[in-house]
Design a protein around this ligand. Structure first.
Ligand code: NAG
Ligand code: NAG
Ligand code: NAG
Length: 523
């Protein structure tokens, strides 16, 4: 296709002018219109379930919650008092104390973590066969095998490290001394009915599930194919100007991150920076090679989505078993600052680096405001060591907090941004709302909430995650279009901008690519 060369040269010049001060806020009316690249460098199973398909024994991943009902007592196993003492078999209903969270050693063997975080094991200080939950570090006495009944996978037996099976001798006594085979009958005290009460499908689960060798292959294939250069073209051609890229803390020790994480995600992030600013090269029909600077120029917001220890216990922060340890020690905070330091140093010179988000969705009260403030101050300084221009994004805590709680700190920081996430989901207030009520909520309540955090002398505001999805059943395409339009209008007033969650997802409404291609949203 022939190109009018005058228009072409002109466009290139205009673009170069626009690009050069690319991370300055020279234009105060500029707003980020971004899409998240979720599920790429930090795994979330619901975004791409097939990533887990090849894992052997994939029901039993780290963090899977299991409940066991003894067929002889008819009652659930329970860590008495939540942990620290014996395991009993006398509970009629199962919840926290009756849930055992897996740590996967390999596809066959596991540790069971109880409510108070001890591990189930044999009472090595006593008779060696009573089953207790006292050890805080799992060792060989805490390592079990789960054997499923061949034709009914809800019936299981648990093989102890001494080679015997566990049995519910009575409601008050669980021991590891059943030696016989099983007919799997209701009179066999070594048989339990198993319920899976919860699952995590994050980066820890997928990498540890595959094991070191396979995980490297699978993850590298995923990184190479899930997001590609063409996506940056699509983004820049569809009214977007930026991407928010979730990354995990282990990226800073690439290519040899601590197990089970595997190396290669840093190179993939390097690629994103290349693609974001890559001039597209193509050969004209008359044989002349053209570098077309018009196509790209996507800004990048690096988002530390998974911090060491997990800042919220969710799979998207790579929690191993739902626990939330981030921020509890100074070492942990320093380790997180070092990740920010590393990433900013690496990309500070790229014209695409627009902002660094220090941590995503820390959850109150586990992540305390005190440790968060300490971290945000140190993380901000780490960014500024390398870049005077990159915006520094501070994510508000999830939970029952004052959305202005970061203002005392943020107001004293140059180019700081507060990130709020607005979903009409994850709360019972949305359970029974109609289409119109959902839209009214955006226009009224979200506007109020955004106004509350948008102040003339405070940080800029960023709606860093939102989606055109809700709890409405049977909504029409037009309903979705109206819902999306309302959100775009309201979030368009955020002074830093917004980012849709996410670019690609097997759930259509969560895939901005699908929403654009199918006419559900127009930017
Ligand atoms: C279960 O057994 C333990 C140990 O005998 C006992 O202390 C506890 O009260 C029992 N709980 C129930 C609900 O029966
Ligand atoms: C939603 O409606 C259902 C069915 O009418 C009702 O049981 C439930 O309590 C409602 N939820 C809320 C949060 O109002
Ligand atoms: C939304 O805002 C309206 C008007 O201020 C208020 O009456 C209503 O309670 C708010 N809804 C929720 C769920 O907070």
């Amino acid at each position: 296709m022939a190109i009018d060369s005058r228009i072409f040269v002109l466009s290139v010049l205009i673009l170069l002018c626009k690009l050069s001060p690319s991370h300055g806020r020279t234009d105060p009316s500029f707003r980020v219109r971004a899409v998240n690249l979720g599920g790429w460098l930090v795994t979330e199973g619901w975004i791409k379930p097939s990533l887990f398909d090849g894992i052997p024994n994939k029901d039993f991943l780290d963090g899977t919650g299991l409940q066991f009902k003894s067929v002889t007592t008819g009652k659930y196993l329970c860590a008495e008092t939540g942990g620290g003492t014996i395991i009993v078999a006398n509970r009629t209903a199962a919840s926290g104390w009756e849930t055992f969270k897996l740590w996967r050693i390999n596809e066959k063997t596991f540790n069971f973590r109880v409510f108070n975080n001890q591990f189930v094991g044999l009472d090595t200080n006593g008779n060696g066969i009573d089953v207790v939950a006292v050890s805080t570090i799992p060792g060989s006495s805490e390592t079990f095998e789960i054997v499923r009944k061949p034709d009914d996978s809800t019936r299981i037996r648990i093989k102890a490290p001494n080679g015997n099976f566990l049995q519910a001798k009575s409601e008050a006594l669980l021991t590891a001394d059943f030696t016989g085979n099983s007919e799997w009958g209701d009179n066999d005290p070594s048989v339990f009915v198993m319920t899976i009460s919860g699952r995590l499908q994050g980066e820890f689960q997928v990498t540890n599930g595959y094991g070191p060798k396979r995980a490297t292959q699978v993850m590298r294939e995923h990184w190479k194919t899930f997001i590609v250069e063409d996506d940056f073209k699509f983004i820049s051609q569809n009214g977007l100007n930026a991407v928010r890229i979730p990354v995990g803390w282990w990226i800073a020790s690439d290519p040899t991150p601590p197990p089970p994480y595997v190396g290669g995600s840093l190179k993939t992030l390097d690629n994103a920076f290349l693609w974001a600013q890559q001039p597209s090269k193509f050969t004209r029909t008359d044989g002349i090679l053209i570098s077309d600077y018009r196509k790209y120029g996507v800004k990048i917001i690096i988002d530390l989505h998974a911090a060491p220890g997990s800042q919220n216990g969710f799979e998207h922060s790579s929690s191993r078993d739902g626990s939330q340890e981030w921020g509890k020690t100074d070492d942990n905070i320093q380790q997180t600052v070092a990740v920010i330091d590393f990433l900013t140093a690496r990309y500070a010179k790229s014209p695409s680096l627009y902002a660094v988000e220090l941590i995503n969705e820390p959850l109150a009260p586990g992540a305390s405001l005190e440790s968060l403030n300490k971290y945000y101050k140190a993380g901000y300084d780490a960014v500024r060591k390398h870049s005077s221009t990159a915006f520094v994004v501070l994510s508000n805590r999830l939970g029952d907090i004052d959305p202005r709680e970061l203002f005392p700190l943020a107001s004293g920081l140059m180019r700081s941004v507060v990130d709020v996430h607005y979903y009409n989901l994850f709360s019972s207030i949305f359970d029974n709302l109609s289409v119109q009520q959902n839209i009214d909520f955006i226009n009224t309540n979200r506007t109020q909430q955004l106004n509350y955090v948008t102040t003339s002398n405070g940080p800029l505001t960023f709606v860093g995650e939102w989606v055109v999805e809700w709890r409405v059943n049977g909504a029409t395409k037009e309903d979705y279009q109206r819902f999306g339009k309302a959100q775009l209008e309201v979030y368009g007033r955020a002074t830093f901008g917004w980012a849709y969650w996410t670019l690609r997802n097997v759930n259509n409404h969560w895939s901005l690519e699908w929403m654009i291609k199918n006419g559900y949203i127009k930017l």
